[in-house]
Design a protein. Structure first.
Lengths: 207, 123
């Protein structure tokens, strides 16, 4: 390796370090896209993903590059990666309840299965992960355990975001006791509740 | 009628992850609930999800899965200690994994200490 190649590889390392590839992972309908939108809106002034009550709204990876976030006097560049929700089953008949036609439901189911596979493959391309969980749901779901176990196995820093804390049945303590070795921050991505604290925890996790 | 299939650790211990997952999926697609002795590694769990998604069609809607007991660890000292204990006590692997087809299992609810397996009405 010549001197210039050596210099280039050093610069490349710094280039990778400069922008943090931040993945948003979690089960279906936990609010990953709502949180991605909140972050994008706060720092770029525009949303990045569509949200809906119909499961599997996000069926492909969405990336927003060069999102400059500032917190506690520090500044970091992020590439936000919004991923489809991880699931172990997809039944097109579940979509019929949301008044989708049979062909639309089947198409959505097919795309949803591909989305899950894509999301898993993208685990290779993230530096840090926000595991977004619905604070009103049981955190002991195997999907949550699998995602967090995988990130631990890959030594990827994790911040657990307990979303939907504006709802009465939200229970952050339950999430904290399910995953005691991780930092958990409660937010409402939709209403922006506790979002400043979320950014502080994010910087603490990335560091 | 619910059909259960027990897979002892010895039956999968020497299989590659791919073979282990293929075996589990084959049984689940045959409408059986699997009681697997031991736990899948995190990598095997994601491989199982990937393969499950690839296999979803008109008849197979996916799986429900739940693991209980000690998780796999990368800590070599812990693995040696666990292996030694298992050898001395003559047991295969710690923990248990329940996997079943989503067409039969509606939901597996897990709390730290108990598992509730809710099934659908099957003929």
């Amino acid at each position: 390796m010549g001197f210039f190649d050596y210099l280039k590889s050093i610069l490349k390392i710094f280039q990778i370090k400069k922008t943090v590839r931040l993945g948003l992972y979690g089960p279906v309908n936990a609010g990953k896209s709502s949180l991605a939108n909140k972050i994008s809106l706060d720092w770029l002034g525009e949303e990045m993903s569509e949200v809906s009550k119909i499961p599997h709204e996000t069926r492909e990876i969405k990336v927003k590059e060069k999102v400059k976030i500032r917190s506690s006097g520090k500044e970091l560049d992020f590439n936000l990666i919004d991923t489809p929700g991880i699931a172990t089953k997809v039944d097109y008949e579940d979509f019929l309840k949301y008044k989708l036609s049979k062909s639309e439901a089947k198409k959505r189911a097919k795309e949803a299965t591909q989305g899950v596979i894509e999301a898993i493959k993208w685990l290779e391309n993230v530096d840090c992960v926000l595991v977004v969980l619905d604070a009103t749901e049981n955190p002991y779901d195997q999907v949550n355990v699998t995602i967090i176990g995988n990130l631990a196995a890959r030594n990827i820093p994790v911040l657990i975001v307990a979303n939907k804390i504006d709802l009465k049945s939200a229970n952050i303590k339950r999430i904290e006791s399910a995953f005691p070795q991780y930092n958990v921050v409660g937010v409402s991505a939709l209403k922006g509740t506790n979002i400043e604290n979320f950014y502080k925890e994010l910087f603490r996790t990335v560091r | 009628m619910l059909r259960l299939q027990i897979i002892p650790h010895s039956e999968v211990a020497n299989l590659t992850s791919e073979s282990k997952i293929s075996k589990v999926l084959r049984i689940a697609k045959n409408n059986r609930i699997i009681l697997l002795e031991g736990r899948l590694s995190p990598e095997e769990e994601t491989l199982l999800i990937e393969r499950t998604m690839s296999n979803i069609d008109r008849r197979f809607k996916g799986i429900e899965i739940c693991s209980i007991g000690d998780s796999e660890t990368r800590d070599l000292v812990k693995r040696i200690k666990r292996g030694l204990a298992q050898f001395l006590l003559g047991v295969g692997a710690s923990g248990m994994t329940i996997i079943g087809p989503a067409s039969i299992i509606k939901e597996i609810k897990r709390d730290p200490d108990k598992i509730e397996l809710l099934t659908k009405n099957v003929k």
